[in-house]
Design a protein around this ligand. Structure first.
Ligand SMILES: [Fe+2]
Ligand SMILES: [Fe+2]
Length: 422
């Protein structure tokens, strides 16, 4: 089957659907085809454990604006994991760092080979890790709708692995092929060969964890892809740009999943006039709070430390930019100026000045955290429509504390509000 959209032709008759003209590069095609059986073995061993026949799934078939996805019933092992890059802009120039203004690179510059490979391996390692973490969830899916969402996320994370493996095979020679093999060798939570980043070795044992993971950890994933999309290495940039299209659905799953859980909790609290909703089948707010605390913390860790020489070097070299680099109104060089970064000295917090580049992670995690809080408050729109007497005793605390409105809204509406605490 051949599908054409936006001038991009994807041949589904090929073993690996792609829009990178694999057929024109027999060596690369053979290399990827030799990696494929290992991937399929990994999928059957470490992918979704639930025995299924057809699942209604979205499959990427193009990258153009007129539509990139095809929806149909597919048996999971027959899903067509493909390699898709966003369309190339022939005039694209480097937007930041010391090479700013030059044409982007279509090949890996020798001096940045090791760093670029490392960035791709770390991103690639997270993709199959989440599939492993979510392996058993199908057995306890709350509904068919949720099951479909789970499998959709899983197959797309599998495709993201393909995306990174394509880059390793196509641009990093033998070392890249070895790294691609290692991506299937490491496993989430393994004692001998764990995944590279901490959050991806944690368990996702239940659906609230899954919703928290897709809410917080996939959001970090989106952020990472956004910064790699700025890369001067154009194939990486185009790969990440297309991955972002799929990532939006993963966060939708998290946002609406948590929304449904909290809404149900709020309904039961109102119905029973009690915070103890466990017996009625709800998840008490303090448990939800614990899940938030955990997933928020491990996801925040993924941003790295506040000051990072690596981040500064990647920025200067043009390998990894800032979120929405091109929309920022500064010189995109950051050789002057400084960012204030809090540090702990002798047990107390002090504001310290770091170089603007080294402090950029800090600068960036602020808007990210604020975005999370805004989302958190938006989540609550429905659950807030509660009429309930003010609870006795002090309000619960935490990052999102729920308490009865004490008139802060000027109308003393008696609704529940969630506040970003501290
Ligand atoms: Fe992903
Ligand atoms: Fe994702």
């Amino acid at each position: 089957m051949t599908m054409t959209a936006s001038g991009n032709t994807i041949d589904y008759g090929e073993r690996i659907p792609n829009n990178v003209d694999l057929a024109g590069d027999r060596r690369l095609q053979r290399a990827l085809e030799s990696w494929q059986p290992g991937f399929l073995d990994w999928w059957s061993e470490m992918g979704p454990a639930l025995d299924t026949r057809d699942v209604y799934l979205r499959t990427a078939v193009a990258v153009g604006r007129e539509g990139w996805a095809h929806f149909d019933h597919v048996a999971l092992p027959d899903y067509r994991w493909g390699v898709f890059l966003a369309e190339r802009n022939q005039d694209r120039t480097i937007a930041f760092g010391e090479h700013k203004g030059q044409l982007v690179w279509q090949q890996v510059p020798g001096e940045y080979r090791a760093d670029l490979q490392r960035l791709i391996v770390i991103q690639g390692d997270t993709e199959p890790a989440s599939v492993e973490q979510q392996r058993l969830l199908g057995a306890t899916a709350p509904s068919l709708y949720d099951l479909r969402n789970l499998f959709q996320v899983n197959v797309e994370e599998g495709r993201h692995l393909w995306a990174m493996v394509y880059l390793l095979h196509a641009y990093f020679g033998r070392a890249g092929r070895e790294e691609a093999a290692a991506l299937l060798h490491r496993n989430s939570g393994s004692d001998d060969a764990p995944r590279i980043l901490g959050a991806f070795n944690e368990e996702t044992p239940d659906w609230l964890s899954f919703f928290m993971f897709t809410y917080f950890t996939d959001r970090d994933g989106k952020y990472q892809l956004g910064t790699l999309k700025e890369s001067a290495f154009d194939p990486l940039s185009r790969t990440c740009e297309f991955m972002l299209t799929e990532e939006a659905h993963h966060m939708f799953v998290g946002t609406t999943g948590i929304d449904r859980v909290v809404t149900r909790t709020a309904e039961l609290m109102r119905e029973h006039d009690s915070d103890e909703v466990g017996a009625a089948g709800g998840i008490p707010l303090d448990i939800i709070q614990k899940y938030i605390n955990f997933h928020y913390s491990v996801s925040l860790d993924l941003f790295g430390s506040e000051t990072s020489t690596n981040a500064a070097n990647y920025f200067t070299a043009g390998l990894k930019g800032r979120w929405q680099e091109e929309r920022r109104r500064d010189d995109h060089l950051l050789t002057d100026g400084s960012a204030s970064v809090d540090g702990v000295v002798d047990g107390s917090l002090i504001a310290d000045a770091a170089g603007a580049r080294a402090g950029q992670d800090r600068e960036l995690d602020r808007p990210a955290a604020q975005r999370n809080q805004r989302q958190a408050l938006r989540l609550r729109v429905r659950a807030l429509r509660l009429r309930r007497p003010a609870p006795s005793g002090p309000p619960p605390t935490g990052w999102w504390a729920a308490r009865s409105c004490a008139g802060g809204c000027r109308r003393s509406c008696g609704r529940f509000v969630l506040t970003a605490d501290g």
